[in-house]
Ligand binder design. Structure first.
Ligand code: 9W1
Length: 421
């Protein structure tokens, strides 16, 4: 463990490796890099102290570096005991960032780390799951006086903060980063879509082409996974409970059927529903020998592994993140990532290019709060649609993609209701 007065990380010797990973992410995050360039001289965060509590990953490090380049002092902790990449944490500590994060910290250490980041009395907070903001509100409410505002990354966090605001319990304004279109619509569809396939491949290396690939749940995540599986040549089957979602999947060219039917024909199964018991005993009973099963929903209750254990003769880890269950009748079922989020268990979360947009939203959200936080109400806000469009526009520009613009005539036509048909 490497410790000084402003950081605690697993091992400072990992810094060189972490730096390389961060540089790799930087080369894939052009929107954040453009923001860094834009604000490196004017330093709009000068005098601001940002406490952040979010997964310590190479992408997060790019955000941290960008906030510091724009004049902020920061202090960081991880929002999940298992998501900290120790080499990245070491690299941040080595370049002078205050950070308290290491992989596998205990519950006590987790809250200790959050409290350490509050010692410098932040003027802005950044959350992923609202643990930091809850700590301020429940244990250190006096700190809220100096806080201009906070941002929240996730759907769940935003949900809890809206409830607090409705009860008039919120002590400073919050911007819901999740609600930007350039965040949720890209994270869920393209982030989860690719990283879930990535996880399946790393854990199994199977050929996707020609396989019957069953996606349970056709929400944003399920749709992203189906899209990528189809792109790799799979025959995609979708299962659903919502008629409209099932109809969309059908008209997008997928076969839709109940899981009882899909279980018999699937080669690869992935759950993305947010509901428990999607794949249970009777499904395992009818699966083909060699079927692969995994989950990309938030909780690991979508695949009922208790039912599978009850049917097995034995199991062994046949490779990383891949357990072979041999059933009493001799069939083999392979469970990837122990039924936990496959894109995190066996891959590296969302690709940097996707996090680029999520974190550009974070940067602009904090910038808005640094400027106007003191005049905003103690409510949950969203970024403006104009800023959302601006992020998408910049992303396109960095990809060398230009788009059309309305002419003055067209703009007039768009709002002119007198013209009729
Ligand atoms: N967030 N940089 C694990 C990530 C855990 C994780 C989690 C991401 C990113 C979903 C955020 C083992 C990255 C993150 C790598 C990794 C998330 C939970 C990101 C995807 C969400 C519960 N949720 N996310 N990159 N851990 O990809 O910050 O490798």
């Amino acid at each position: 463990m490497s410790v000084t007065s402003n950081f605690k990380v697993a091992d400072l010797k990992l810094a060189d490796k972490g730096r390389l990973r961060i540089e790799w992410a930087e080369s894939r995050m052009p929107v954040l890099m453009a923001l860094r360039e834009k604000y490196k001289d004017s330093k709009p965060f000068k005098g601001h102290r940002i406490a952040g509590c979010i997964h310590v990953t190479k992408e997060t490090a790019v955000l941290v570096r960008t906030l510091r380049a724009a004049g902020a002092e920061v202090s960081w902790s991880g929002c999940n005991p298992l998501s900290t990449q120790d080499d990245v944490a070491a690299a941040l500590a080595a370049e002078g960032t205050s950070i308290y994060a290491w992989h596998g910290l205990s519950k006590e250490e987790f809250y200790w780390a959050i409290e350490k980041t509050l010692e410098f009395k932040p003027t802005l907070t950044l959350d992923d799951g609202a643990d930091l903001i809850f700590t301020v509100h429940s244990k250190f409410p006096q700190l809220a006086r100096d806080v201009y505002g906070g941002t929240e990354e996730t759907t769940t966090g935003v949900h809890r903060l809206r409830a607090m605001a409705a009860d008039k319990k919120l002590l400073y304004p919050v911007i819901a980063i999740n609600d930007s279109e350039t965040k949720w619509d890209f994270d869920n569809v393209y982030g989860t879509g690719q990283s879930s396939l990535d996880g399946i491949l790393r854990a199994s290396s199977v050929l996707i082409a020609g396989k019957t690939f069953v996606v349970a749940g056709y929400g944003h995540c399920g749709r992203g996974v189906a899209l990528r599986a189809k792109g790799m040549g799979a025959n995609v089957v979708v299962t659903e409970i919502r008629p409209t979602a099932a109809l969309k999947a059908t008209l997008e060219g997928y076969r839709v059927m109940p899981m009882d039917e899909a279980a018999k024909i699937g080669d690869i199964f992935i759950t993305a529903t947010g509901m428990k018991d999607i794949i249970v005993g009777r499904h395992f009973d009818s699966m083909k020998d060699g079927a692969l099963v995994c989950n990309t929903g938030h909780y690991d209750c979508e695949i009922n592994l208790v039912d599978l254990e009850a049917r097995m003769k034995g199991k062994r880890e046949i490779r990383d993140s891949n357990e072979e269950y041999v059933l009493k009748d001799g069939r083999r079922i392979y469970v990837l990532g122990q039924g936990r989020l496959i894109n995190l268990a066996a891959a590296e979360g969302h690709p940097s290019e996707v996090m680029d947009m999520s974190f550009a939203n974070q940067f602009l959200g904090l910038l808005k709060l640094a400027k106007d936080g003191k005049t905003l109400d103690k409510k949950v806000y969203e970024l403006s649609p104009e800023q959302d469009q601006e992020i998408a526009f910049t992303k396109l520009a960095t990809m060398g993609i230009g788009i059309d613009k309305l002419t003055a005539e067209q703009a007039k036509y768009a709002t002119d209701y007198s013209a009729g048909t």
